[in-house]
Design a binder for this molecule. Structure first.
Ligand code: PD2
Ligand code: ZN
Length: 284
């Protein structure tokens, strides 16, 4: 029970830090099966601690979240960004949700090399099971995938530095690159990339690195037809052109972020992407 309490307290603290209302959190925890008395206890402890923190103005802890959310600085120029020695041109920007489409994010040879490095390790993609914090096979996601460790190859390291510079978010806060292969007919149905705070498994998942706050999807191969990345809330479909990339950020783990998105079915040819998810804190 001591562990369970610690886990609950950690989840409550994470949610409070993200600005979620205490009342709503209590309801969610009870619906998720926590005993109301235990929730009350944990809530009182969390709120007491946050009041005390505010009163004594304790300096920012070294592992506290980087403030703000990732995103390129487009205040002076929205045509391009310079990232780690590369000028990357921008073909579209959306304000809400924050979406930026990059043209020449990767060179063709970088796309090809990443695919070759990934191929021997591709397996049917799993989705995170929010109920348990584990992973599961899901019919909504019919791609094959694999993860590189961060910095596993010099190419991964270079792409990670480029992403960090382009969207101004520390390399250390990134998950390892994921490569996905969509064969004919494969798709990824619309979903959110953040972890749903209402799900009991989320507390465990976000112990490592905190919430996801942004996504970069890089297109490594152009399918002959289909395979765009769709944003149904705003009626946007980003074309999957080799070497280009789409970035989007979510300032709260909530549908209000309007970041529902999916990988449309590939109707001819095949599609490869590399995905980078960005966390609030160091993903160690
Ligand atoms: O492959 C895509 O277009 C895609 C779409 C939505 C990838 C992801 N989400 C993802 O990896 O989260
Ligand atoms: Zn996604």
């Amino acid at each position: 029970m001591a562990n369970a309490n610690t886990e609950l307290l950690k989840w409550i603290n994470e949610c409070l830090a993200r600005g979620l209302a205490a009342d709503a959190l209590k309801d969610t925890a009870v619906q998720a099966g926590w005993h109301p008395g235990i929730v009350d206890e944990a809530m009182a402890e969390a709120l007491g601690a946050s009041d005390a923190a505010a009163e004594t103005a304790i300096p920012r802890a070294p592992d506290a979240p980087v403030t703000g959310i990732p995103g390129p600085d487009l205040s002076e120029c929205a045509n391009w960004v310079d990232a780690d020695g590369r000028r990357i041109y921008i073909s579209a920007v959306v304000k809400l949700p924050r979406i930026v489409v990059f043209q020449n994010f990767l060179e063709a040879y970088e796309c090809d090399e990443l695919i070759e490095l990934a191929k021997p390790r591709l397996q049917r993609s799993l989705t995170i099971d929010n109920a348990t914090g584990g992973e599961q096979l899901h019919k909504a996601r019919t791609s094959d995938g694999m993860f590189f460790r961060r910095g596993e190859f010099p190419l991964c390291e270079r792409i990670e530095r480029r992403i960090a510079a382009a969207v101004r978010w520390p390399v250390e806060n990134g998950e390892g690159l994921q490569v996905l292969h969509y064969h004919h007919g494969a798709q990824y149905e619309p979903h959110y990339d953040y972890f749903d705070p209402a799900q009991p498994g989320t507390a465990k998942i976000i112990q490592r690195g905190g919430q996801r706050v942004g996504t970069v999807v890089m297109y490594l191969a152009t399918p002959a037809r289909g395979g765009g990345t769709s944003f149904p809330d705003i009626g946007l479909e980003v074309a999957p052109i080799k070497g280009s990339a789409v970035f989007f950020a979510y300032d709260k783990p909530h549908p209000d972020s309007k970041t529902l998105h999916g990988g449309s079915p590939v109707t001819q040819g095949e599609k490869y992407v590399a995905t980078k998810w960005l966390r609030e804190r160091e993903f160690a």
